[in-house]
Unconditional design. Structure first.
Length: 68
């Protein structure tokens, strides 16, 4: 990185920290943040539903307990 570069960051909480701002100031960089949850700018956002299990097609369901 060199002075005057732009840094494109996502919106993870630590990217908004004072240490990141201090680093950007020290190299005279401008911080740019992508819009949150935008798959056009952050393609991994499209994978989260798959990874987190929103596809429940392979789930097994137990039979409910019956009382006798």
């Amino acid at each position: 990185m060199k002075a005057g570069d732009d840094l494109l960051l996502d919106n993870v909480i630590f990217h908004h920290s004072a240490s990141v701002r201090d680093f950007a100031d020290s190299i005279q960089a401008k911080l740019l943040f992508s819009p949150p949850y935008n798959p056009w700018f952050n393609p991994i956002e499209g994978m989260f539903p798959i990874v987190t299990g929103n596809d429940r097609s392979n789930m097994r369901f137990a039979e409910p307990f019956s009382t006798q």
